[in-house]
Design a protein around this ligand. Structure first.
Ligand code: FAD
Length: 421
């Protein structure tokens, strides 16, 4: 058996793991990152990047030249079809992007590697290693398959579970998904489309099983995100205010919805690229504690997905930045107690940034999980321009946390009135 010693070991090389690996390595920390997959690998996702995600990518130093950009959101529902541009702001650019996860996640992992992270692909973490005090001190893993498989023990002062929604290590440490946190389920596929050059991320807030307004309203929302190379990512999702995700016949709903979309999109079986595949979205900090006894959770393993729009990439990237900063001050502590105290800054910083915002998001989900309520909000809300400016920034986490315009200050005030999630 091989033993690998490092300062930090990260399990999972999605956006959460690669961001943490990049920022830690850039600080000179000896960091190991492993993934069971060999990259490039696919991940079921809408591939949508809001301005907040674009900002995080630029902070990491990712070169996004040539990536598909978009100007804003096109929202369809309640008999309305409106376009809302991403505003130019102090903290966010006035454009979003789309990038297939096959490419995005590979770019991020290679970036972390170039920053100095040691990468182990095709390596599956199987269990945590704990010491006599039950403190996490490493991870057991298997690299390769069959007769070639090799057992490796990774020892480190900090172990990070960035293993996505399954959160295998967090679960084994007793950090189960919290009952009353929202859980989304979404499904997506790709189509070639004559409208793939659209400059908008299209959102359908109502799904009908026939002609809009004259047939049955189905629970959920749909999206069409342009990837810029003749391909669009098309999907739909639904959200439940508890961990019992809504069980819907996604395939049938998807077929009914796409059948009734304008023909110009070209959503025919011949144009479909790959099957419709679904996965869960854990929201609003659905696992806790985010740090304890040497084990830290990030990304989907920590339930960082936004309950407003299902966005998980931006918070995962941002968390990596916070992890590195926190670890830098913790690493100089000479006792485990001091280390743990300093590491408490990680949940504290995430709570400050997203706590009240996500708490409001839980109330939002409790409303919109009822399709009739969603329909009324859409019908009467969408034509109100001032309201929609607030909603636009709210849903995309695109508001300034300090200063800004009237919309930003309204949202700051609202979040101040709400306790943290
Ligand atoms: C249908 C759908 C659409 C979505 N659309 C969007 C969108 O448009 N925009 C957006 O921002 N977010 C979207 N999300 C959410 C987004 O995909 C996730 O929030 C994001 O991928 C979280 O990143 P992560 O790094 O935490 O986890 P992941 O990206 O899931 O990465 C986890 C990694 O861990 C690895 N792993 C797991 N277990 C082990 C193990 N035991 N050993 C080794 N490796 C392991 C996996 O192989 C994987 O590579 C969507 C989600 C779904 C399901």
């Amino acid at each position: 058996m091989t033993v690998v010693q490092s300062d930090v070991v990260i399990v999972g090389a999605g956006p959460a793991g690669s961001s943490a690996a990049h920022y830690l390595a850039a600080l000179g920390v000896h960091v190991v990152i492993m993934d069971k997959a060999i990259f490039p690998r696919d991940k079921i996702c809408g591939d949508g990047l809001t301005p907040s995600a674009v900002n995080e990518l630029s902070l990491m130093g990712i070169n996004t030249d040539g990536w598909a950009r978009n100007r804003g959101l096109q929202v369809v529902g309640g008999g309305h079809d409106i376009k809302m541009e991403w505003p130019e702001q102090r903290s966010f650019p006035n454009y979003g992007m789309c990038r297939s996860r096959v490419e995005l996640d590979n770019d991020l992992l290679r970036h972390a590697e170039n920053s100095g992270a040691q990468v182990y692909e095709g390596t599956t973490a199987t269990s945590l290693i704990t010491d006599f005090r039950d403190r996490v001190v490493g991870v057991k893993a298997t690299r390769g398959k069959g007769k070639e498989a090799e057992e490796i023990e990774f020892h480190a002062r900090l172990v990070i579970d960035a293993g996505g929604v399954a959160a295998r290590l967090a679960t084994s440490a007793g950090r189960a998904a919290i009952e009353n946190r929202p859980m989304g389920v979404a499904a997506r596929t790709y189509f070639t489309s004559p409208l793939a050059d659209t400059e908008w991320m299209v959102s359908h807030l109502e799904l009908w099983d026939g002609k809009p307004g004259e047939s049955n309203l189905l629970p959920g929302y749909g999206w069409i995100f342009p990837l810029g190379n003749g391909i669009v990512n098309v999907g739909l999702g639904s959200v439940s205010s508890t961990k019992k995700a809504t069980r819907l016949p996604y395939k049938q709903i998807f077929e009914a919805w796409t059948r009734n979309l304008p023909e110009e999109w070209g959503f025919t079986p011949e144009n479909q690229q790959g099957p419709l595949r679904s996965a869960a979205l854990p929201m609003a900090f659905n696992r806790k504690p985010l740090y304890e006894d040497g084990l830290l959770l990030t990304g989907d393993a920590a339930g960082l997905v936004s309950p407003y729009n299902g966005e998980g990439i931006a918070p995962a990237l941002a968390a990596g930045r916070i992890i590195a900063q926190t670890y830098a001050s913790a690493s100089v502590r000479s006792t485990d107690h001091g280390f743990d105290l300093a590491m408490e800054n990680y949940p504290a910083a995430l709570k400050q940034q997203l706590g009240s915002y996500y708490m409001m998001g839980r109330a939002f989900v409790a409303l919109i999980e009822h399709p009739e309520v969603m329909r009324l909000c859409t019908k009467y809300g969408l034509p109100r321009k001032r309201l929609m400016r607030v909603v636009h920034k709210l849903l995309s986490d695109g508001y300034e946390r300090q200063g800004g315009d009237l919309t930003d200050r309204t949202l700051q005030l609202l979040t101040k009135l709400v306790p943290s999630a």
